[in-house]
Design a protein around this ligand. Structure first.
Ligand code: UMP
Length: 199
């Protein structure tokens, strides 16, 4: 077809290493408390797993990503920045960032913009979509590490590409979902886009 392919890219867990930063900060701040190593993570919500270790541990975990600087300091996931740039430069492809801010928005919302500016640049501000409901966003593909994305639009327009993360390694794909095991090699995500374009 002649229209452009719309690709929605999630931030946390896809472009930015939320899990790694969370664990690092938690251990720095609470060196004597129990924690969940990355290879023992399961379930999308890191806080849920920490609450299972104790109410106080859960509360501490919650506080970690509400702190100033948490979202701005996230490290890019391997190959993510290069992939995003390359994808945005592809003929016939429109790239958007599609991310859900936490409810305590004070630092998170502005720092998500700052992060994008820092790693990809000012022109990416045009591509930013902040929403707590990704199902209402129009797109052909949503690349996201959250296994079960629900909301007001059912089914959503996009196909869900489940981006592999520690917490979703063992998750069984639902109907229509496909998996992307990281940004490297680039041929993997390029194949998914090419396939979608041919549908
Ligand atoms: N998030 C939580 N609790 C968790 C893990 C993540 O609130 O235990 C937040 C952090 C991000 C958002 O702001 O969820 C992730 O949203 P998306 O990756 O779906 O955009």
């Amino acid at each position: 077809s002649s229209r452009n392919l719309r690709v929605l890219l999630d931030m946390d867990g896809v472009l930015a290493d939320f899990e790694g930063q969370f664990l690092k900060r938690f251990r720095e701040k609470y060196p004597h408390d129990p924690f969940v190593p990355l290879d023992e993570r399961s379930g999308f919500y890191v806080t849920k797993q920490y609450y299972a270790l104790g109410q106080d541990i859960g509360t501490k975990a919650f506080g970690i990503y509400e702190e100033k600087g948490f979202f701005l300091d996230l490290q890019p996931i391997d190959g993510a920045i290069e992939a995003a740039r390359e994808m945005a430069e592809m003929e016939g492809v429109d790239v958007y960032i599609c991310t859900s801010p936490i409810k305590k928005y004070t630092h998170c919302v502005v720092e998500k913009y700052q992060w994008l500016d820092k790693h990809l640049g000012k022109e990416w501000m045009e591509r930013m979509i902040l929403t707590r409901d990704k199902t209402v966003i129009n797109g052909d593909l949503l690349i996201d590490d959250k296994p079960n994305i629900t909301g007001g639009m059912n089914p959503p327009k996009w196909q869900h590409v489940l981006f592999t993360s520690y917490h979703n390694r063992d998750v069984v794909l639902q109907d229509g979902q496909i998996r992307l095991d990281g940004w490297l090699p680039h041929s993997r995500w390029r194949d998914i886009l090419e396939q979608k374009r041919q549908e």
